[in-house]
Design a protein around this ligand. Structure first.
Ligand code: PMP
Ligand code: GLN
Length: 383
């Protein structure tokens, strides 16, 4: 009899819904990934580097050229100077980066504050470190941090707060003013760390600027800031990400990372370094690229019975279905939409410890070709 270390963990909702979409032939707007490829030049570069013999281990900390590109991009995007050698670590995906950051600082009995709805990898990572998640709910409508509740949740055992902006699944952003408020709240707690999950950092719309923890000098001193090349370059299957943290935190993170994976995939790192050097404009063009998809999808959905307001970040659009099937909870709604109407979605309640009873929301991914968005909207408009 195995004594499970994660007795409450099953197969993730992303796997379940993608499998159901495949079985039923539904359009898959559930698990977040593009149905188009990353840039041709980026993909060609991988082949080139494999052919030219870049196939052995990269340095544990990541390819220096890629770390330098990341530092240069951070300087351009946020005006922050981070040291490529001592503050940037390349990881096989943001999920691994988050896991390593948590293992690096969470001890048995520590508490970690997560904001619900929370990305599904945080809680198991905390549990494996022997810690415990304390859940604070974001606003039911605006998905904003309630600072009163956050204050209540802080205890002498709180060792970490996990932020996620732009936020999956809601698309909400944490503002600079909210970062300031957080900095003030924890100013006298020098034993408290932050993981800032910013994997959608470049998917921000309507001219709004992403308030990165990298640009917040005070918070950065206690932070691990995580991002993913998968989202930024439309290559989620490459599972390549990075974490930026001050030198002392980076040193602890690397102690874990070197025994979880040692290093990332070498030819992918070479290709990303080349592409970033040659196409610094890529990240600047990304908001416009995805905003056009968001706008198209929302315009196409306007005549439907779903209600929604356009997201400001991520490639997910939440839609409220209470005018369609108020009798169904969101898991049943997502299953019904997939099986009966040919569009797979993600229910939101699964990201809560205690889901708000009145909420009737599902998440749709709009990182799709125009044709897919049109076909999906056509189906969604007749529900
Ligand atoms: N955090 C959030 C909020 C995400 O949506 C994702 C996407 N899967 C990740 C982390 C993980 O990114 P990666 O695929 O690079 O591990
Ligand atoms: N981040 C992706 C999403 O939110 C899923 C990643 C995964 O399947 N683990 O849909």
């Amino acid at each position: 009899m195995i004594t499970s270390k994660l007795p409450n963990v099953g197969i993730t909702i992303f796997t379940q819904m993608s499998q159901l979409a495949a079985q039923t032939g539904a359009l898959n707007l559930s698990q977040g990934f593009p149905d188009f490829d990353g840039p041709q030049a980026l993909r060609d570069a991988v082949g080139r580097h494999i052919a030219s013999g870049h196939n052995q281990y990269s340095p544990m900390t990541g390819l220096p050229a890629l770390r330098e590109q990341v530092a240069a991009k951070i300087a351009r995007s946020y005006g922050a100077n981070v040291d490529a050698d001592t503050e940037v670590t390349i990881t096989p995906g943001a999920t691994q980066a988050i896991f390593c950051a948590i293992q690096a600082v969470i001890h048995r009995g520590d508490e970690v504050i997560v904001f619900d709805p929370a990305y599904d990898s945080y809680e198991p990572s905390v549990a494996l470190a022997g810690g415990r998640c304390v859940h604070v709910q974001l606003g039911v409508k605006d998905f904003a941090i309630d600072f009163e509740q956050l204050k209540q949740a802080l205890s002498p055992r709180t060792r970490m707060i996990i932020l996620n902006s732009p936020h999956n699944p809601s698309g909400a952003l944490i503002s600079r003013a909210e970062l300031d408020q957080l900095a003030e709240l924890i100013r006298d707690r020098d034993d408290l760390y932050i993981v800032s999950d910013e994997v959608y950092e470049h998917l921000v719309y309507d001219g709004v600027a992403h308030a990165s923890v990298l640009a917040h000098e005070e918070l950065y001193q206690r932070a691990f800031v995580v991002s993913s090349f998968g989202k930024t370059y439309h290559v989620t299957g490459w599972k390549t990400g990075y974490v930026v943290a001050p030198p002392a935190l980076t040193a602890e993170l690397r102690k874990v990372h070197q025994y979880v994976s040692f290093c990332g995939v070498t030819p992918l790192q070479y290709a990303l370094a080349d592409y970033m050097a040659e196409h610094p404009e890529h990240v600047e063009e990304l908001p416009g690229f995805y905003q056009a998809k968001r706008d198209l999808f929302c315009d196409l959905l306007a005549p439907s019975r779903f209600s929604f307001s356009k997201v400001t970040g991520t490639y997910f659009q939440l839609v409220d279905y209470s005018q369609i099937r108020p009798d169904l909870n969101d898991v049943d709604m997502a299953l019904w939409m997939t099986r009966e109407h040919g569009v797979a979605a993600i229910p939101v309640s699964v990201f809560y410890q205690d889901p708000p009873k009145e909420q009737r929301l599902v998440r749709l991914c709009f990182a799709k070709r125009e044709e897919t968005l049109r076909q999906a909207a056509e189906k969604l408009c007749v529900i």
